[in-house]
Design a protein. Structure first.
Length: 260
């Protein structure tokens, strides 16, 4: 690069580019004892999930978008969607969904009023707002997942303008009269990117805690009131108390035309 100095002379400036290995260990200098509480991160004990938690249903569907609403059920108060969006990064588009396909999903048959929590990439945000307007849902809030690599650095996946380092969970609502529990959870969570993904990246389990805290009436009560929370495109092997999980089989091509 050439620049002209105040003295009128032209100077050639070379910019040194530093190349870093994203998987290189990142060293943190630990302060001397006594360590301040601000440095402490509680270690959550590993808990083996229940094999058959109460109020949990798991349905394996050939395609989530064409799953029979009668099989899914109705009366849900919260729906969590981890849509396998069709975006340029996903080379194999066999299992991925376009906003146009999602817009035709009969959401009204499984939830008349309630909350939708939907994970979106930044190029899909406008399309999702159009879908929610069609479904008569209003925007409420959003949560951000900041992606981290195993070396504790922020993940940087290539994208058109800025590198992709986060994923958003948009929250929409339809209707009134819900019992909401105030919570002091942050609207940002830092968690690691898991490379072995099933249709989509594994999202932070923090989102389940957020939904269950926000909507206490939707949680499991007893066998006659087993829970009103639904997850679409759940991970294989997922089972959570009070939830209905719809798992899509990977060997099916999403080509079915949905009817309005």
């Amino acid at each position: 690069m050439e620049v002209v100095g105040v003295d009128g002379f032209t100077y050639t400036v070379k910019k040194k580019v530093k190349v870093e290995d994203p998987n290189r260990p990142f060293y943190v200098k630990i302060p001397p004892v006594p360590i301040k509480r601000s440095w402490a991160i509680p270690i959550i004990p590993h808990l083996i999930p229940e094999a058959n938690p109460p109020g949990c249903r798991v349905i394996e569907a050939h395609e989530v978008l064409t799953c029979d609403p009668k099989e899914i059920g109705s009366g849900f108060e919260a729906i969590l969607m981890d849509v396998p969006w069709k975006i340029p990064e996903n080379k194999n588009t066999i299992h991925h969904v376009t906003p146009q396909n999602l817009a035709k999903f009969p959401i009204h048959k499984i939830m008349k009023t309630g909350f939708i929590f939907i994970w979106v990439e930044k190029e899909i945000v406008q399309d999702v707002f159009k879908i929610m307007k069609k479904w008569e849902y209003s925007y409420v809030e959003n949560l951000e997942w900041v992606k981290k690599n195993v070396n504790n650095k922020i993940s940087e996946q290539p994208y058109r303008y800025f590198n992709r380092s986060k994923c958003s969970c948009l929250i929409f609502k339809k209707g009134e009269g819900f019992q909401l529990r105030h919570q002091r959870n942050p609207d940002v969570v830092f968690d690691y990117v898991k490379r072995d993904k099933y249709l989509t990246e594994d999202k932070p389990s923090f989102i389940y805690h957020v939904i269950e805290t926000l909507l206490p009436n939707a949680s499991y009560k007893n066998e006659t009131d087993p829970g009103k929370m639904l997850e679409l495109w759940a991970k294989k092997g997922m089972s959570r108390k009070g939830w209905t999980h719809i798992v899509q089989k990977k060997n099916i091509n999403i080509t079915t035309t949905l009817k309005n």
